[in-house]
Design a protein around this ligand. Structure first.
Ligand SMILES: CC(C)=CCC/C(C)=C/CC/C(C)=C/CC/C(C)=C/CC/C(C)=C/CC/C(C)=C/CC/C(C)=C/COP(=O)(O)OP(=O)(O)O
Ligand SMILES: O=P(O)(O)OC[C@@H](O)CO
Ligand SMILES: [Mg+2]
Length: 237
């Protein structure tokens, strides 16, 4: 984690291997001033489409990390691997089950130093990740904060990812989660499409992730970089 200086990240683009992106568009994303690229998605992720995207991003200097959502699509060569553990899943397979099988399968070849576990809190019941991981995503603010505290204070995970993929979330809830953390950084992702939303998210979370808008409106996506970085956030931990 030290090697990729994740605590200094403020803005990150998430690229989906299952979606087409032209070389020209990728150039804009990678030279945008964002702090890093996350490669991941919740469906249609394969080894081949992930290798292809990683190789194209590797031409640039910025860090590139894979968010693992399918064991068959783990690709060597990323700077680090984000490992989601879905805190509010109703099926332990998405919390520790697949993880146990992955560790058993990789054995001594597991690059432990490159793994960054993230307590994944999915708060948009309509998003693919919620459906895939059987998450109970309709939570009150109090319930959401308590889940995040499980990750931070009991599991001591370095990251809590508040996921609203596809919809702009409740920034009061994100702020309350961040305030309740003792050591975990809070990543926010979901529905950031405008400068105003980027600013609001940057006031609430340590790191803001921007995904879908890249494929819909490149200018709007690029504008989120400076919008996030212009917001100073006080150290929380
Ligand atoms: C030699 C070498 C490099 C080895 C690597 C070894 C390695 C890294 C092994 C993996 C270790 C490990 C413990 C893996 C865990 C495996 C695993 C599959 C865990 C479960 C992941 C999980 C909980 C998936 C559920 C869905 C989810 C939360 C996905 C991630 C989030 C995401 C990308 C959401 C956004 O998706 P998107 O497609 O944008 O969604 P929309 O449709 O809503 O836009
Ligand atoms: O695609 P969007 O809605 O921007 O969300 C970003 C990210 O949190 C998805 O995992
Ligand atoms: Mg997406």
């Amino acid at each position: 984690m030290d090697d990729i200086q994740l605590p200094s990240w403020r803005h990150v683009f998430k690229l989906d291997p299952d979606k087409e992106i032209s070389d020209e568009a990728l150039d804009k994303v990678c030279l945008s001033g964002t702090d890093a690229i996350i490669v991941g998605g919740s469906s249609g992720i394969t080894f081949d489409n992930t290798v292809d995207l990683m190789a194209r991003i590797r031409r640039y200097e910025l860090p590139v990390v894979q968010e693992v959502s399918d064991l068959d699509a783990v690709v060597p060569g990323f700077d680090a691997y984000l490992i989601p553990m879905v805190l509010n899943t109703t099926n332990p397979d998405w919390l520790v089950g697949q993880h146990q099988r992955a560790i058993e399968q990789y054995g001594y070849m597991m690059p432990w130093d490159l793994l960054i576990p993230e307590g994944y809190l999915i708060l948009n019941p309509e998003c693919t990740a919620a459906k895939v991981s059987e998450a109970k995503a309709n939570l009150t603010k109090k319930e959401a904060v308590a889940y995040a505290q499980v990750a931070d204070k009991l599991m001591r995970l370095p990251l809590v990812y508040v996921e609203y993929s596809g919809a702009f979330g409740d920034m009061d809830a994100v702020k309350a989660i961040r305030t309740a953390m003792s050591q975990a950084f809070v990543i926010y992702g979901g529905g950031v499409t405008t400068v105003e939303q980027a600013q609001e998210a940057a006031e609430a979370a340590d790191i803001v992730v921007v995904g879908n808008i890249i494929y819909e409106d490149m200018a709007a996506a690029l504008a989120t970089v400076n919008a996030v970085k212009a917001v100073a956030i006080e150290d929380n931990i």
